[in-house]
Design a protein around this ligand. Structure first.
Ligand code: RAM
Length: 516
């Protein structure tokens, strides 16, 4: 599935009142200084940091720095020369990588459908040495590789030092202290928080390497995790205002908003993402009781489910194919998204009902509740296969369908476990690809009372990413295809991605609080 939407002459409709409020909620960044690692590798050989500054480097030499943890921030290098006069510029290449695997890919071999400009590589000429090189971009990395492309026969390059200033708006002092039953769960919890912190910037970004912007489906999961950790409440509010403040001209919420300049909704609409607006606001309200936000955001948020009811529902009460084709759900190839989307619509209607209840509009609340119940009955009648004992989407059996039928209360709970097992082992059933989808799978297990399997899956799936040596969680991870990429090349994958940060939420809200 490729997600490329280009609407000619698209102009988002901006609401300056909401966007001004979003601007006022912009956080400050915390800066953390990270010195150069104690040792590095020069042409594969381990060299202590003190010795590096005196090692003459010339054409073809490579220095590899491992900062020991994932960092989002700005990098400075201090360079010098040895030998005779610098009679020509030093020509160097810098590659930044979140995981070592990115270095084993040749960027020239990447021909995927996302821009190759996301590959974190710089080539530059340094006319005068010594020089302090303050690199212009913010990078997401743990490893930096410097390659000397050329010096001259008269002189060599010296790399005297490297340092970086990490950036994040996550407030470490807000973190609660937990006692963990074992080290594995603790490590998963910590990597999940690191992932969230790295994505917590001036907005809640999806990934600090790529796309570095605000996506609605990611926002919901970041917000939930932030409530139990850094508590970036004002930032969540800001993000909600950005989605409400810059929308499609017809009022639909975009799947993502550009925020580096004047905020602008992207011309990408994802049905499921727009529907997550109501649950996201409802969950925000449960944390904050913020009357101002409810008043400002209620109408834009309710409009999302209204739009789907009006434009995307067949006469029989099932979402249209068109709606399903513009839903995300997961990167799984060949996935029929209709049943999953039906479940998400029902959840959006329930959340819309709760929001109307909070806003003191019981009649409207009842309308959404009744609608949700009607759609539940329709789904049971039209989508359930008695023969197979699970829900179908078209004639496809998928875990995705079962998950959202459970989370929307359509699935009779006593059948949930068997339906999930059936879908998991059904021949040709699309595999779950993203931690985003795996999050909902774990939530479905918990909703069905299957706490043991939920915990086991969390440990195996997220723990599997840690076993690769990573200290953050990735945007895409299929253990049976560890090098896979939804984009046609893993070099552009993001290895610290917002929607995979939820183990901390699941652990603190569901696992630590209830014994097995
Ligand atoms: C990608 C990003 C983002 C996600 C969308 C659907 O480009 O990874 O996180 O929300 O796809």
């Amino acid at each position: 599935m490729q997600l490329i939407s280009i609407i000619p002459d698209f102009k988002p409709k901006n609401d300056s009142r909401l966007l001004e409020k979003a601007e006022r909620l912009k956080p400050s960044l915390y800066h953390t200084s990270y010195p150069a690692p104690a040792a590095c590798r020069v042409n594969g050989q381990v060299i202590p940091n003190e010795a590096l500054g005196d090692m003459p480097l010339s054409r073809g030499d490579q220095v590899l720095l491992d900062f020991g943890r994932h960092i989002v921030g700005r990098v400075s290098l201090s360079l010098d020369q040895s030998g005779s006069a610098q009679d020509a510029p030093a020509y160097i290449r810098l590659d930044f990588a979140e995981i070592p695997g990115e270095f084993s890919e040749d960027p020239r071999q990447y021909h995927g459908w996302l821009s190759s400009s996301w590959i974190q590589r710089e080539e530059m000429h340094i006319d005068i040495l010594p020089a302090r090189l303050d690199l212009p971009r913010r990078y997401a990395f743990r490893y930096i590789r410097l390659t000397v492309l050329d010096t001259s026969p008269k002189y060599q390059l010296l790399m005297r030092g490297a340092s970086c200033a990490g950036e994040s708006s996550a407030d470490e002092s807000a973190l609660p202290v937990h006692a963990f039953p074992d080290d594995e769960l603790k490590r998963i919890y910590e990597a999940s928080l690191r992932t969230l912190a790295e994505c917590t910037q001036l907005v809640l970004e999806d990934g600090p390497k790529r796309d570095r912007r605000l996506w609605l489906g990611d926002l919901r999961l970041q917000a939930l995790t932030s409530y139990v950790s850094y508590r970036s409440i004002a930032l969540v509010k800001r993000c909600l205002y950005l989605f409400a403040g810059s929308r499609f001209p017809d009022g639909r919420m975009s799947a993502n908003v550009f925020t580096d300049r004047e905020p602008a909704a992207d011309d990408t609409f994802l049905t499921d993402y727009a529907l997550w607006a109501a649950p996201t606001l409802m969950e925000y309200m449960a944390e904050t009781d913020d009357a101002e936000a409810l008043e400002d955001l209620l109408d834009p948020v309710l409009y999302q489910a209204d739009y789907v009811l009006e434009h995307f529902l067949e006469a029989d009460g099932i979402v249209t194919k068109e709606a399903a084709d513009s839903a995300f759900i997961d990167w799984s190839d060949g996935l029929d998204r209709r049943t999953a989307l039906q479940g998400i619509l029902i959840q959006a209607l329930e959340a819309s009902a709760s929001l109307c209840g909070l806003a003191g509009d019981p009649a409207r609340a009842q309308f959404y509740r009744d609608k949700a119940e009607t759609l539940r009955q329709t789904a049971r009648r039209l989508l359930w296969s008695e023969e197979l004992g699970c829900f179908l989407s078209g004639d496809q059996v998928s875990i995705h369908s079962q998950v959202f039928m459970i989370l929307s209360g359509v699935m009779p709970m006593e059948r949930a476990s068997a339906a999930l097992d059936k879908a998991m082992s059904f021949p040709g059933s699309p595999r779950m690809i993203t931690p985003y989808m795996h999050h909902y799978y774990v939530m479905a297990l918990l909703a069905a009372g299957l706490r043991g399997p939920a915990e086991k899956h969390l440990r195996e799936y997220w723990g599997g990413m840690l076993k690769t040596g990573s200290d953050t969680f990735w945007e895409s991870w299929d253990p049976s295809d560890p090098d896979g990429s939804p984009y046609g090349g893993r070099i552009v994958n993001s290895y610290c991605h917002a929607w995979s940060c939820t183990p901390a939420y699941i652990i603190s809200r569901h696992l630590l609080s209830s014994p097995t």
